[in-house]
Design a protein around this ligand. Sequence first.
Ligand SMILES: Cc1cc2nc3c(=O)[nH]c(=O)nc-3n(C[C@H](O)[C@H](O)[C@H](O)COP(=O)(O)O)c2cc1C
Length: 335
Amino acid sequence: MDGITDEAFRLTQCEIAKPDLIFTEFVSAEGLAHSAVKLFDTLLFSKEERPIIGQLFGKDPDSFYLAAVILCHLGFDGIDINFGCPAKTVTQHGSGASLIDKPELASQIIKSVQKAISDFASSKVTIKDLKLKEKALKVIDRNLIYSSPLVKEGLGEIVIPTISVKTRIGISTDTTDTWIPFLLSHRLDFLTLHGRTLKQGYSGLSDWDAIARAAKLTKKANTPIFGNGDVQSRAQALEYCQKYGVDGVLIGRGAMGNPWAFNDEKPEFKEKFKAMLLHAKNFTQVFPTRRFDPLRRHFLLYVSGHPQAKQLRGEIVKLTSVDQLYALEERITNW
Ligand SMILES: Cc1cc2nc3c(=O)[nH]c(=O)nc-3n(C[C@H](O)[C@H](O)[C@H](O)COP(=O)(O)O)c2cc1C
């Protein structure tokens, strides 16, 4: 999730309750192709997170080709294409869920990523062929060293990533009956379906009956499908696999401030505070120069349900460092 599941979040998640599969925030294919070095922070990952999928959004097939080669080079286990984001900033440029309405362009994008993966696998293309700017090559090296110090010594494994699409049920109405078979004709490794339309954004409920219908179509095509939307726990995810015939479930918002969504533990508040500290430490280690403020959003969620949540929230919104978080922990033991 954009702005949420950065490397610090994902590391914390994996240390507490490792999901079976993990995705990066989405990254602009055009941005990567134009050597926007800041975006490479989004692609930092550790081997503890594997299998990890890098997600791309955009609208230009050539940029997707370049971006996909970069993701291959970085050693991602999979490349996911976002045809599901409803944010105006994304859809007004013709990216994300707006591509549900432009199947021809969507098809070109998928084929570009497929070609990138097969060219990379057969060594027809390497990172050097992309003519990226020097600053991009430098940051790519930094990412590789971060992911596995062995990669630089030539001991890293070559991974051939999977290709997948994450999408919604339609633009303003449920069009799964045509959109899903169209996607399936591209022989994807898997598909994720969020049961809302673009128009719905995040309102209403995810339509799991539509997801179940899509699951029947994907079964015929022998393509695994993951359902998504409003699932809060591993137990609920397993129940939904049975009930709606999906092969897996993606949990998004349910994991914010609640990494235990993936193991169904119900920790005491002390444990929750430990998780906040771990998240904060991971954040300052991974992003030492970044401001602390964005973490507060997470912490506010960790403390929800606490009998003194209101008072805690008042303290959290003032935090500017890990040390202050430690100090808060000490103070609240005396509350
Ligand atoms: C703040 C925020 C950022 C998101 N960013 C992404 C993203 O980068 N890529 C993506 O595929 N979905 C993104 N999503 C959508 C979620 O992955 C998920 O499809 C949606 O929230 C429904 O699932 P949930 O109810 O489990 O959260 C985002 C959602 C939110 C709330």
